[in-house]
Structure formats: C-alpha cells, structure tokens
Design a protein around this ligand. Structure first.
Ligand code: ZN
Length: 206
C-alpha cells in the first residue's frame, strides 16, 4: 500500500455521488418540467406544415427540448393552433412563435372545387359532421367549408397571413414575438415571405 497524500486534493475533490445527483436532478427537471414550470429551452413554439419533406428541427437548428412543434396541413393558424398557442404563451413562458410554410405545399395542389366535392362526398351533411368529436357544439355553421380547409394560392401571402392571424389573436399576449418563413423544398433553405430571390438572380437586369 502506498500513501499518496495530496493536501490540495481534499479541497477540490468532489464525491462521485454529486455527479450522480446532478444527473438525477436533471432527469427530474426533464420529466417534471411542466409541473415545475420549466419552459422549452428557447421558449419557442413552431407552427409548421406537416409535409414530410420539411426538416423543421434541422432548418431551425433545434435540439430536443428547444421548442414545441405544432404541425398541420399547410402550417395554418387554425382554432387548435390558437388553443395551443394560447396555453403555451400564457402558462409555459413561451414568448416566441415561428410559422414555417413551404413551396410546393399540398394545399396548392388541388382546386377548391375538387376538395369541396371530395369532402362533401365523404362527410355528407356538413352541419351534422363534427369538427371536434368532443365538442359537438362546434360545427361549421354558416362558414364556407373551404375557409375551414384553407387551400392556398400563394405561399408567401399565406405565410404573411398566418403571422397576422397570430398577432391579432386576443388569446396571445402582445409581447410574444411572431415571425414566419417560407421553406424552399427545392433549395432546402428558408426565406422571409415575399423575399423570393430566385427570379431576381436568374434573370437579366434591365
Ligand atoms: Zn405543406
């Protein structure tokens, strides 16, 4: 046996269990983050189209734990986006929302008539069809079916409109930062709505 006494060591030495305790505490924070009021790492909600070609986390540089992500057909601000945004901004310290729409979206791939015909054939009487099975009082009422479906003519205009819908919502605090981008499936990059430069840099200057 060798004595290897180092008086410096006792000051700096940490017991191994302290590392374990830190790990245990971190895991407890992770598992009970809602109960403890711990927000996402970036206090961020992302609303994006559900299209399988959009690598939402990758293009925004997000890691697990950074953001809440709501994806639906078209990345549209529907009543459930408002519901989700209302809850996370008012109760989970979320202070930023990013909308991601994209080129070649399926919402631009059919006419209103074709979609209307298909859904009416499936659902039958629209006044009898529940929009939310747990809330039968919520019906399409006098609204136009296509306003509910939200087909899209112009992706840049659609993106700008989604940002405005969120900004105007009474359920979302005014100090929440709301921005949006168009993801170009052809280039894999993001741009701000109405900032499409492909034509500008592909055509001869006057
Ligand atoms: Zn889409």
């Amino acid at each position: 046996m060798r004595w290897n006494f180092n008086p410096q060591m006792s000051e700096h030495e940490t017991h191994y269990h302290e590392q374990v305790d830190t790990g245990v505490a971190d895991r407890d924070d992770w598992a009970r983050r809602r109960r403890k009021g711990i927000p996402t790492a970036e206090n961020l909600l992302v609303v994006a189209c559900m299209d399988e070609r959009i690598p939402v986390e990758e293009v925004l540089g997000l890691e697990l734990g950074d953001a809440q992500i709501f994806r639906n057909a078209g990345g549209k601000v529907t009543d459930d986006v408002i519901r989700s945004a209302a809850l996370t901004t008012n109760f989970f310290e979320t202070d930023e929302i990013i909308v991601i729409n994209h080129t070649d979206c399926g919402m631009m791939s059919a006419t209103d008539e074709a979609v209307r015909e298909g859904l009416e054939a499936q659902a039958g009487d629209l006044n009898e069809a529940d929009l939310d099975p747990s809330l039968p009082e919520l019906s399409i009422g006098d609204a136009d079916l296509m306003d509910w479906v939200k087909m899209t003519d112009d992706i840049d205009e659609a993106c700008a409109a989604q940002i405005e819908y969120l900004r105007q919502s009474a359920f979302i605090p005014d100090d929440v930062t709301i921005t949006g981008y168009v993801y170009e499936v052809e280039s894999g990059s993001l741009r701000q709505p109405n900032e499409r430069i492909a034509a500008e840099i592909s055509e001869r200057r006057a």
